[in-house]
Each structure stands twice: as C-alpha cells, then as structure tokens.
Design a protein around this ligand. Sequence first.
Ligand code: FMN
Length: 308
Amino acid sequence: MSEKPDLRTSIGGIILKNPVITASGTFGYGEEFGTLVDLNRIGAIIVKGLSLSPSKGNKPPRVVETPCGMLNAIGLENVGIDTFINKKLPFFRTLSTPVIVNIYGKSIDEYARLAEIIEDTGEIAAIEVNISCPNVKKGGIAFGVKAKSAYKVTKAVREKTTKTLIVKLSPNVTDITEIAESAVEAGADSLSLINTITGMAIDINTRRPKLANITGGLSGPAIKPIALRMVWQVAQKVKVPVIGVGGIFSAEDAVEFFIAGATAVQIGTANFVNPRATIDIIEGIEKYLEDRNISCLSDIIGAIDTKN
Ligand SMILES: Cc1cc2nc3c(=O)[nH]c(=O)nc-3n(C[C@H](O)[C@H](O)[C@H](O)COP(=O)(O)O)c2cc1C
C-alpha cells in the first residue's frame, strides 16, 4: 500500500487526526509531558479532572502498585477550573492537538456551573464528565452507579453546553449498558469507559490498609479484559461513539478495543510506565493497518466476528 492508512476518527462532533487520547489524571495538564512526547502527534489530550475550587485530594499514601496494575486514591487533586483556564490552558494555544476538559462536581449544580464556565472558553474542544471517580466522598461515582442520576447530571451539563459532551462511565455497576443508555438519552455525544475498578490492598505486618483512603481505583493491564467486555456490550447498545479506556499498553490492546466497537481509545496507566506510550501506540496502529492493507481505521471499528 503506497499511502499511509487514514487514522482519523470522530467522537461526537470533533474529528481527531488519530484515535489515541490521553486518559484524565495520567497526563497532568499536558504541558508536563511536553519534553518527553511530541504532543502535536496525540489525537487529543484529556487533562486531570477539574472541580470548581482547587482541591488537595486525599491524604497519602495515595498510590500502590499491584500485580499488573496500580491502585490510586488521589481524590481528584486539581488546580480548579479558574486557574486551569488562566494558567494551564494558554499552553494549548501553541498546539494543534485538541484539549478535552474532564470535570467533576460534588452536586449536579456544580457540574452545570463547570459546563457553563467551559462553554465560554473557546480553546476547549470537548467536556468529559466524570461520574465515575471512586475516590471522593461526595459526587463522582455516586452519580455514575444509578441510571437516574447519570441522566440528571448529563442533562444538566447538556443544557449548559454546545460543546461535544463525553460522559465517562464507571465499571462499578451491575449493568453498564443501562447507565450508558441513560447518559445518551440525556444528550451525551459520546461515552468513555471505563474508569477504575474499586479495590484495596493491606499491609500484612501492620494490618493497615496500604492506602490512607482504605480503598482505591484499580487501573492498568489487570482491568483490560473487563474494559473490553464493557466496551463491546455498550457499543452494541448505543449509537454514539464509544471511547475505550482500561489497561491499554500497546497498539495490539488498542486494536482489540476498535474491533470490539470503540471509535477511539484513551491511554492511562501506561503513561507512567512509558511516557511515550501514546506515540508508540499510534505508530503501532498504523503498522497494523498497513501490514494488512487496511486503508482506514474505520474499517476495523466494530468488526468483531462472533459467529459460531
Ligand atoms: C493516578 C490516576 C488518576 C486518575 N484521575 C482521574 C481523573 O481525574 N478523572 C477521571 O475521569 N479519571 C481519572 N483516572 C482514571 C483514568 O483516566 C482511567 O479511566 C483508568 O485509569 C483506566 O485506564 P488505564 O488502565 O489505562 O489507566 C485516573 C487514573 C489514575 C491511575
């Protein structure tokens, strides 16, 4: 094949040059990775979850390594939306890569207010609504485990924004398709899944939990099969683009998600192990398509064959 494969993909209104996005909370505010990675090559950058006021997050220890993954209970430490807009966002004017802002509120009104503030900020391409953080006492996951509250938060944000609206779903539920359908019904343009899976670790000498928060969110390769299964289930149920997240460390992992029905993928924990993971994965996806003479990424999206 002479021409490079077309990696472009669309996530509810925005067209990305390639389907590889950084996952919230694993890539700072983008700038931190600027000396390590050519940020202009990444499909989109999702920044650390932002709240109305700055937050210090939970007490340490907040991170524990586990076999094939990690537990974190950062508790959404962030600079707050105003500081982000004034101090962090100007950096993105120097980049061609779209920035997506991940938001978190303690109440529905807070989510709506955040959306209102972002709506007036031209540079932000899309909003990702985190209704799935397991590490905060108020808000977060509380909204993501019931279809009714997922609907209410999504609707409140939808009413305040014309920007592309992505809702990030929690795996800590009985039936993720039910929550997915409610978010779409309320106006989500796209869904991202999954956030971390609640877990814990104990120090057997002290008998104390290894995280000050006691429980934390499990991420990394350990959760990939669960994320993949959920993406496959949700992609069959909704008509909006689904973004796959969870344990994606290689191009092969990403391709599995596309075949399961994901239109794009997010790279999270892998950034801590290999800061260049996003670029390696973009190059690997391109090679996978080239080697098989597939001209467009879209040809493999949802191409799973489940026939007997
Ligand atoms: C240290 C850390 C911080 C995170 N912070 C956020 C956050 O602020 N907002 C959010 O929606 N997800 C957050 N996440 C979840 C990730 O974006 C992602 O959904 C999850 O880690 C699964 O993907 P992975 O296995 O590729 O890391 C965080 C994850 C980690 C490991």
